[in-house]
Design a protein around this ligand. Sequence first.
Ligand SMILES: *Cc1c(COP(=O)(O)O)cnc(C)c1O
Length: 487
Amino acid sequence: MEQNQSYNVKFFSGEEIPLELHKVRIVQKLNLIPIEERLKAAVEGGFNTFLLTTKTVYLDMLTDSGTNAMSDNQVASMLRADDAYAGSQSYARLEEAIKEVFNCKYYLPVHQGRAAENIISKVFIKPGDVVPMNYHFTTTKAHIELNGGTIFEIYTDEALKVKSQHPFKGNLDIAKLNDIIKKYGASRVAYIRLEASTNLIGGQPFSIANMREVRKVANEHGIIIVLDASLIGENAYFIKQREAEFKNKSIKEILHEMIGLADLTYFSSRKVSSTRGGGICTNNLQLHNRMRDLIPLFEGFYTYGGMSIREVEAMAVGLAETLDDTVISQSPSFIRFMVNELDKLGVPVVTPAGGLGVHIDAGTFLSHVPQSQYPAGALAAAFFIVSGVRGMERGTISSVRDANGNDVLADIELLRLAMPRRVFTLSQVKYAIDRLHWLYRNRELVGGLKFYEEPPVLRFFGGKLEPTSPWPEKLVAKFRADFGDSL
Ligand SMILES: *Cc1c(COP(=O)(O)O)cnc(C)c1O
């Protein structure tokens, strides 16, 4: 199905592996500590990978947020930053980059993606409103609900299938969209939200064909479309790879097409361009003006929006680099390599490979662990213990309890292993594959988890858990039996 990018080279041996089109000039030392110490670290961190200190982590695959490698040009740009509170030339350069990359006339800066969600939700959501979307993102849902809105996830039947060949699992189901508009009335639909490279279902893209259909429905009912563009570069890359009409289009043309189909576009620059920050952009002056006054109130003055001016410069350069195929294809090629290798080894992994990272199907991997004992969380903890690789639970722990205090079981239990851009080498990726393979062969040793400290909101960030039986010790003993004194 997928075209071969220039980024993948064929070797004389017949192997096909992704090749790095960059070189490493600044390095950061990593620690690979013995498994016994990692177990101690896991216990101290309440079996929650968010609560680990990086001193104990070998490969940090927690997130791609703010962890992508910066380019030499980004670092260089930070030196010429024009540190003015208002009217900075650095900001003018960022506005230019937004025009060029997103083809948007009006831009509002914010300190990160969720800050954009705060502003959009405050302005466009009234209590009782509904927001249909392809899938939620944790902070998006929280902001919509905080403002009295309700979300509806109207993904297609393919979206939650772990094993699939569908190129666009992030598509919105048009029939379900029409049903919601009919049921609630267009005036109660605050906006339709489309998330590029749908994060929580495995970094899966939507197609432009689908977006055009959404546009048609939106036009019929006078509803606006909000595009979450935090992972838009990867979505554009997949459109080029998988949607025939766009095979010969540039990433820039594809981005312009996508953004042109939305009324408002917001993004986290932590993902898009390797710096902190973000923004909301539009070509609709009326919509822009409705949000504008909130920027100095919540973020900072109009020309920095809570970002440091150095970040503003690096963001401008990073955005422009998003248009470069060799930059944007790096992470998807490494992800595809890892997904294919794991699939060959029989490790249950979400297919087809998406953007953002590799998503392990923890429900299948640990089918003996009941969902009430958080298989994705248990797998994240077990994988850290046996490898030092830190992933992120994306399952029931990432959800919340209902009004009666019962767990709302997640649609799918995933362990997400993020692949920040240009950060890891192939041997590191191979190490992660190897340890995951070993863990899969020894999966029956892994048990469940239960909370002993549980915050009421976004509990996955700060919650602490403990194993339901002494399984971690058994896992360590088996590791030592198989690997001797190897790290
Ligand atoms: C990360 C992310 C956000 C939030 O951005 P932050 O900069 O982390 O606040 C919103 N939407 C999606 C799809 C994301 O991946």
